[in-house]
Design a protein around this ligand. Structure first.
Ligand code: NAP
Length: 495
């Protein structure tokens, strides 16, 4: 088994301490791979390399078209190696191979989409023929790109693709739990022609390598996807050197079903929204808001459907979803459940670690439906990041909106109704970054993704996702220079 290593200034390196970390399958604890375990000294080396490559200017002086072509090559190479990538992603996370294949296909789309974005820049008409006023966009500089474990390569690709297109240099820091595909990506970037020092990779725990990446003055931007508490910490760390920050944080996403909705479609999508990837999805539809008149019907069918879900490992052809990522995460979800019960939530199904043949060694949690929930309960307010749907009832459109916005988060939500005008009103009133109407979950690389309120700062994907990696520069050129004439010149004449 090859040791996964840091990639710094074009070379593969082990941590100076010699420490390693075993990556174990969340399904059965077998050792999937072993990674070098970095510390602050390793991160500093990567920062020095990225800074030198950026300040050297070689990559950012490539033409925009050459960097677009680079992204197309990256996409083609990942497509060629899709099976290798998917197996690695599935290995680290124990998500089903088919889900990992979908994820890698999405990664390819992200690179392909970014390759289509034209170089931004425009002129400003100031009404004077001797003046040219132009806005140019330059790379923001050296970026720390920190990703989570739930969609390891996809979340990193949302950062790497625009960073490359912009001409930045960067250091990727994947989750310590799921480093394999980030390592593969570095191989791909080299093969595609990314110069040494532009793309660097640091492996290890965020608690150790995170500090230099978020405090060092040589880092210009920190783009982070992960939990709220880590995001707050990173924002505070970055403030000392006034770094730019882009934060994609958690969500507590309302899925609102009105009585006039297509209930078959709404309930089926509610099951997917809550239980896909065992709820380890930032946009998971974990808060079901149901109009009171259909509450019993919806909840009974939702509970029946939750009970049918088959859990299993990545190679189990019958499995519909897999385990939680780690023992620590399972314990977090168990703690969330205990609080929910003590606060009065009614467990209709699930609520505990899953048992069953083949699941004994894994971090499995039963698909769970909690009824009689209210916004004062922590289960409604806190992200569980597990397969748990809370159910609340409402009796009017305004109450649905009020409940849907009664959260510190603002990542995504959905509204189900056959009344198009009502859907539009509710969608407009919900303060979340993505609203699905009579649907749940799709996203596109062309469309901005990100959060209102505590779900984040900035946007990924779309044109805005690129702009996180650019600085606007105003260039003012006077082709007929003259004196400003503002202050008295005391009779001096330059003639
Ligand atoms: P996390 O614990 O916050 O970790 C995210 C990343 O930050 C990991 O690479 C982690 O490294 C690193 N990190 C931890 N402490 C750090 C520090 N002090 N300085 C710098 N980096 C540090 O989140 P997670 O559990 O991996 O991911 C789940 C969360 O991500 C959920 O809240 C989910 O909603 C959110 N998420 C949001 C989106 C979105 O688009 N908004 C998408 C996906 C996930 P280690 O793993 O080594 O600790």
């Amino acid at each position: 088994m090859t040791l996964l290593r840091h990639f710094i200034n074009g070379t593969w390196q082990e941590s100076a301490t010699g420490r390693v970390r075993e990556i174990r399958s969340p399904h059965d604890q077998h050792v999937v791979t072993t990674a070098t375990e970095g510390d602050a000294a390793d991160a500093l080396q990567a920062i020095v390399a990225a800074r030198a490559s950026f300040d050297g200017g070689a990559f950012r002086s490539w033409s925009w078209q050459d960097r677009q072509a680079l992204l197309r090559r990256v996409a083609d190479l990942i497509e060629r190696d899709l099976n290798i990538y998917a197996a690695a992603e599935s290995g680290d996370t124990a998500k089903r191979l088919i889900e990992a294949e979908y994820d890698i296909a999405d990664v390819i789309s992200v690179f392909r989409f970014n390759a289509t974005i034209s170089e931004p820049g425009h002129s400003v008409d100031v009404g004077r023929s001797e003046i040219s006023s132009r806005i140019a966009y330059e790379p923001v500089g050296v970026c720390a790109l920190i990703g989570p474990w739930n969609y390891p390569l996809l979340q990193i690709s949302w950062k790497v693709a625009p960073a490359l297109l912009a001409g930045c240099s960067f250091i990727v820091k994947p989750s310590e739990l799921s480093p394999s595909t980030a390592v593969l990506l570095m191989h791909t970037l080299v093969e595609a022609g990314v110069p040494a020092g532009v793309a660097n990779l640091i492996l290890g725990a965020g608690s150790e390598v995170g500090a230099p990446l978020t405090t060092d003055p040589r880092i210009d931007l920190v783009s982070f996807t992960g939990g709220l508490q880590t995001g707050k910490h990173i924002m505070a760390s970055a403030a000392a050197t006034v770094k730019k920050v882009a934060l994609e944080l958690g969500g507590k996403n309302p899925n609102i079903i009105f009585a006039d909705a297509d209930l078959d479609a709404a309930i089926d999508n509610a099951v997917t929204a809550g239980f896909l990837h065992s709820g380890q999805v930032c946009s998971a539809g974990t808060r079901l808001l149901v109009e009171a008149s259909i509450h019993d019907q919806v909840v009974s069918e939702l509970t029946r459907r939750a009970g049918l879900i088959t859990l299993g490992g990545p190679d189990d052809a019958t499995a519909e979803t897999g385990p939680l990522i780690s023992e620590g995460h399972l314990n977090k979800v168990l703690g969330y459940m205990s609080r929910a019960i003590s606060e009065g939530a009614q467990v209709l199904i699930g609520g505990k670690r899953a048992s069953g043949i083949g699941l004994e060694q894994g971090w499995y949690f039963e698909p769970t439906v909690l009824d009689r929930c209210t916004t004062t309960m922590s289960c409604v307010q806190d992200e569980s990041f597990g397969p748990i749907i809370t159910v609340e009832s409402f009796t009017s459109e305004s109450e649905a909106i009020r409940l849907g916005n009664d959260t510190i988060y603002g990542l995504s939500g959905a509204v189900w109704s056959s009344d198009a005008a009502k859907c539009d009103r509710v969608a407009a009133a919900l303060r979340h970054g993505t609203i699905w109407i009579n649907d749940y979950g799709p996203y596109r690389p062309e469309a901005e993704w990100g959060g209102f309120k505590a779900s984040g700062v900035g946007r990924e994907l779309g044109g805005s996702g690129l702009h996180e990696y650019l600085e606007a520069k105003h260039l003012w050129r006077n082709t007929s220079p003259g004196r400003s004439g503002w202050f008295r010149d005391g009779g001096h004449s330059s003639e």
